[in-house]
Design a protein around this ligand. Sequence first.
Ligand SMILES: Nc1ncnc2c1ncn2[C@@H]1O[C@H](COP(=O)(O)OP(=O)(O)OP(=O)(O)O)[C@@H](O)[C@H]1O
Ligand code: SF4
Ligand SMILES: [Mg+2]
Length: 380
Amino acid sequence: MSIPAQATSANVHPATAVRSVPPGAEPPIMRVEGLRRDYVQPSDFIDFIGRKLRGRGKPPPVQAVMGVDLDIRHGEVLAVVGESGCGKTTLGRMLTGIIPPTGGRVFYKGRDIAQLSGAARREYDLAVQMIFQDPFSSLNPRLRVGDIIGEAPMVHGLVSRAERDDYVCELLRKVGLDPDYRERYPHQFSGGQRQRVGVARALALKPSIIVCDEAVAALDVSIQAQVLNLFMELRRDFDLTYVFISHNLGVVSHISDRVAIMYLGRVVELADTEEIFARANHPYTQALLKELPVLSAGKRRFDPIAGELPSPANPPAGCAFHPRCPMAMAKCRAERPELREIAPAHWSACHLNEVADSARIAAGTPVAGTGEPATSTEIA
Ligand SMILES: Nc1ncnc2c1ncn2[C@@H]1O[C@H](COP(=O)(O)OP(=O)(O)OP(=O)(O)O)[C@@H](O)[C@H]1O
Ligand code: SF4
Ligand SMILES: [Mg+2]
């Protein structure tokens, strides 16, 4: 069976037109196009001398995010899942404007954030907030919780000094904490309570989008469930959109509407959560699902993915997953697969789908994502 040289123009994900929002639906609240972020690797004096002696130049940059295209729909919970080091936090930080991209663009409500200034930039800065994994290190230990939550909204003119105390009390109630706790310092709370303080601090700025970066990973399982429930209640009450970053597909299965799977700086699969769990397409997603512990009567299984995530300073040629992929073919080592729509609203970047398309062409059945019968000229 021959493998087509290129995917069809109808189902290849173009850098400039992200199609995760169905035609006619509300435009995405946020969109990223070709987003990239490189980090220059620090080089100390000894490393510098060593490189000079070996005739090597500067160390290559770490390519933490290598070209991500995504739409974020108003009101959804979009989970971003992948192994440690695949670029999730870097992506989240670029969405919130904490770090600038080294390439590509971020649009908020249709406007390129790099072009925003004055009141429009301020609106974006307040509208997109981030909640971090470790609530202890992200809360200033020297400030009382009342100040941690109440200071920023006052500085930004969302509440007056006279209104501040009532505003803080209301937010503490919303996140399930006693308003009297506003006099306490962060070290006087449990981990779950501190995370609730972090949530109240983010909510205080009346955001539209909250990027939760491993926001429950540091909590024990029962507290995780409480905080996840809180996120869902707040989503309803405050009309929020979440980008929920996690390394754990099991956690996101309970709360996300869609899942973007990241591998070495790229999105390799994107689909509704149910679809990901029912019909995972990418071998990496399938491996992540297998990795979820199964604990049932008489059966205990844990299948970790073989091998390590390659270095983003020296990514493998072709498909970055090929050194670990049990299905890898010769083409996988030479050519990077594009993200293609393999079924309605289900995107995957794997050469195996081209093989599957070839088989469908041979049988005269529709090519995935198009609904149209395929011809060999469409794929050529
Ligand atoms: N400030 C930095 N300078 C240099 N390299 C960085 C910096 N921040 C992140 N990196 C590198 O970029 C890559 C992606 O990092 P990132 O923190 O985005 O991953 P992650 O998916 O959030 O991982 P984790 O699940 O462990 O939090 C990693 O290889 C990391 O070492
Ligand atoms: S493109 Fe090849 S190596 Fe990459 S996931 Fe698909 S089969 Fe595996
Ligand atoms: Mg991270």
